[in-house]
Design a protein around this ligand. Structure first.
Ligand code: FMN
Length: 245
C-alpha cells in the first residue's frame, strides 16, 4: 500500500543480533522520532536510558531473566515512566507536585509506551530490528539501582535494538473481528475470535517447532494467567513514589 504500512505490517521481534554498535546518527534519529510521539498534555513523562556499556548490558541481561539478546544487541534502551521531571518543573514555581496516583502512573506509562513504539518503528525503518524486554520488571529495584534512577522514575520495559542476525516471519495476530467492534462492543465476536486464533497459532507453533510444540494461544494464556505474576511490582512502585491510594 505504502512504505509506512508495509513497515507496520511487516513487524517481527528480533532476538538474534550482529555485534554491531549503532551509529550516533541512528541513535539520534531513533530518539528524535520517539520524542515526537503524542504526549498527554505534553507532559512527556518518560525518560530513556541508552545502554551501550558491555558490562552494564551483561548485568541487565541477567536482571531481565538471562535474556542473552540484551547483551548482544547494539543498543539496549530502558524506557522509564518519569514523574521526576514534572516534580522539578513544579518546584521551579514553588509548587509541590500533587500525586494523582493511578492517573499519574497511567499517563506516564502511556507516554513512555507511545514514545517507545515510535522508536521501534524508526529503528525498523532504518533496517534495524527490535524486541521489547518486559523482563526488566523481574527485578525493577536492581535495574533502578544499576541505572541510578531517582525517585518518581520507573523502568517500564527495555528494548533491544540492533542489526538483525535472523529473519523470522511475522507472528500471526487475532482476526480483525476479535479486536475491532463497529459502534458497540459485541461479546459474541470473542469466542469465535479465540477459536480461530487457536487454530492459526496451533499451526504456527507446530511449523516453527518442526512439529514438536502442540499448543495454542488460549492454552498459553490460561497457563500464564493461572498464577500471579511479578507480585513485587506494587511494593516497588510504592518505594519509587508511584504509590496507589
Ligand atoms: C511490553 C512488552 C514486553 C515484552 N517483553 C519481552 C521479553 O521480555 N522477552 C522477549 O523475548 N519478548 C518480549 N516481548 C515481545 C513479545 O513477545 C512479542 O512482541 C509478541 O510475542 C509478538 O511477536 P512479534 O513482536 O514478533 O510480532 C515483549 C513485548 C512487549 C510489547
Amino acid at each position: 500500500m505504502n512504505q509506512t504500512i508495509d513497515l507496520l505490517q511487516g513487524h517481527r521481534s528480533i532476538r538474534k543480533f550482529k555485534p554491531t554498535a549503532l551509529t550516533e546518527e541512528q541513535i539520534q534519529t531513533i530518539v528524535h522520532s520517539a520524542q515526537m510521539a503524542s504526549s498527554s498534555s505534553n507532559i512527556q513523562a518518560y525518560s530513556v536510558i541508552g545502554v551501550t556499556d558491555p558490562a552494564l548490558k551483561k548485568q541487565l541481561a541477567h536482571l531481565a531473566g538471562d535474556q542473552n539478546y540484551v547483551e548482544e544487541c547494539g543498543l539496549f534502551l530502558v524506557w522509564c515512566a518519569d514523574l521526576y521531571r514534572l516534580q522539578q518543573a513544579c518546584a521551579k514555581h514553588g509548587v509541590e507536585m500533587q500525586k494523582q496516583y493511578v492517573e499519574s502512573f497511567l499517563v506516564a506509562t502511556v507516554d513512555v509506551s507511545l514514545a517507545a513504539q515510535n522508536a521501534a518503528l524508526a529503528a525498523e525503518s532504518l533496517g534495524l530490528g527490535i524486541v521489547y524486554i518486559g523482563g526488566i520488571r523481574q527485578n525493577p529495584a536492581g535495574v533502578t539501582e544499576l541505572l541510578n534512577l531517582p525517585q518518581l522514575v520507573f523502568p517500564v520495559f527495555g528494548m533491544c535494538v540492533g542489526v538483525p542476525d535472523q529473519e523470522p516471519s511475522p507472528r500471526p495476530r487475532l482476526s480483525r473481528d476479535a479486536v475491532y467492534h463497529e459502534n458497540t462492543y459485541r461479546t459474541s465476536q470473542i469466542t469465535a475470535g479465540i477459536d480461530n486464533y487457536d487454530q492459526t497459532m496451533h499451526d504456527y507453533y507446530r511449523e516453527r517447532s518442526g512439529g514438536k510444540l502442540d499448543t495454542n494461544w488460549s492454552k498459553q494464556i490460561s497457563e500464564k494467567y493461572a498464577h500471579p505474576s511479578r507480585a513485587h511490582l506494587r511494593a516497588f512502585l510504592d518505594d519509587q513514589g508511584f504509590g496507589f491510594e
